[in-house]
Design a protein around this ligand. Structure first.
Ligand code: A2P
Ligand code: MG
Ligand code: MG
Ligand code: MG
Length: 334
């Protein structure tokens, strides 16, 4: 079946952005700025958001985009050198795809296309999900999703550092996961014209045999509570720690059964771009996603998942058992 225009645009956007991320990492140690919440943002985050918004604008000029980054810091005279590095990264990646050279104004304009509010139909973009992983040389993902009436209907996760065929095939690094509601989920390489292969979650129904993945960063998830949940389920394998939505991808392709993202402090609201693409990919691969209370993720409240706390994603068959264990371990919803 030919891919829909929306999925094809998101795949192209993911490839362009992944090329920029790789170019930045191979050139030098990426320099980072601190955002107001103290989280880092690099030249590659901005270049990747510019390229994703450029690709989406070509295919869907009227679609709003809700992106993580904005160009305000790059427009301030103080960051002129940083801004010119972003421009260079966009053009370096662009040359790989025969794109016309961009100006700094083009790049700032594309980045700021990500400042929309959302609505009935909109895209949400995390140009680098897992910036800390990117800086460490760990996992990161370019995450792109189309949301229609609160439902992620298209999702792409481009994971430049993830082995495509599982852990044994480390020579073939870089995987792009894609899904469109009703059409299933696939993986392909990051190269142009690569063929997608269908992926499915693991059929494992024995909780004791499950493999759990979680964040590397202890500030992003409660590792202790996850260990208690795993113990209740009788899980013996050590958790797999990965940065970014690569965790959703790993569960979607059957490399793990459970992804736990457990609240570290009351009041942290998850961002829609940290989950929408992962939800589309995992659900189309046969999995399930809810918050820790079993509620579906609610993408109708702007930039945050205001109505949810934490996230639990599973292969499907294990979902109810994990929710039951989580309810026994976590304090009830306030
Ligand atoms: N306190 C926090 N709790 C949960 N997630 C967070 C927190 N601070 C930042 N994040 C976001 O968590 C995601 C990475 O989590 P993980 O540990 O799974 O890799 C990123 O989207 C990161 O944003 P960013 O996109 O800026 O990297
Ligand atoms: Mg960030
Ligand atoms: Mg993120
Ligand atoms: Mg990000």
């Amino acid at each position: 079946m030919p891919e829909s225009v929306a999925l094809a645009a998101a795949v192209q956007a993911g490839r362009w952005a992944a090329a920029a991320c790789r170019a930045v990492r191979s050139a030098a140690d990426p320099s980072a700025l601190d955002k107001s919440d103290k989280s880092p943002v690099t030249v590659a985050d901005f270049a990747a958001q510019a390229l994703v918004c450029r690709a989406l604008a070509e295919a869907f000029p009227n679609d709003p985009v809700v992106g993580e980054e904005d160009a305000a810091a790059l427009r301030s005279g103080e960051q002129a050198k940083f801004a010119s590095q972003v421009l260079d990264a966009v053009n370096l990646a662009g040359r790989q795809f025969d794109l016309p050279a961009a100006t700094l104004d083009d790049v700032l304009g594309w980045i700021d296309r990500g400042g929309a509010e959302g609505g009935g139909r909109f895209w949400t973009v995390d140009p680098i999900d897992g910036t800390k992983g990117f800086l460490r040389g760990g996992q990161y993902a370019v995450a792109i999703a189309l949301i229609e009436n609160g439902v992620p209907t298209v999702g792409v996760l481009a994971c430049p550092n993830l082995p495509r065929n599982g852990g044994d095939d480390a020579g073939d690094t870089g995987a792009l996961f894609a899904a469109r509601r009703g059409d299933g989920a696939t993986v392909r390489s990051l190269g142009t014209n690569s063929t997608p292969t269908a992926i499915f979650t693991s059929p494992q129904a024995d909780p004791a045999a499950a493999r759990v993945c979680e964040s590397v960063e202890s500030g992003h998830t409660a590792h202790g509570a996850a260990a208690e949940i795993a113990a209740r389920l009788g899980v013996s394998a050590e958790p797999l720690r990965l940065d970014s939505q690569a965790k959703y991808a790993e569960v979607a392709r059957g490399g793990a059964e459970i992804y736990l993202r457990l609240p570290t402090r009351p009041g942290y609201v998850e961002r829609i771009w940290d989950h929408a693409a992962g939800v589309a990919v995992i659900e189309e691969a046969g999995g399930r996603v809810t918050d820790v209370d079993g509620r579906p993720l609610d993408f109708t409240h702007g930039r945050g998942l205001e109505r949810n706390r934490g996230v639990i994603a599973t292969n499907g068959p294990l979902h109810d058992a994990v929710l039951e264990a989580a309810a026994a371990v976590l304090a009830p919803r306030p």
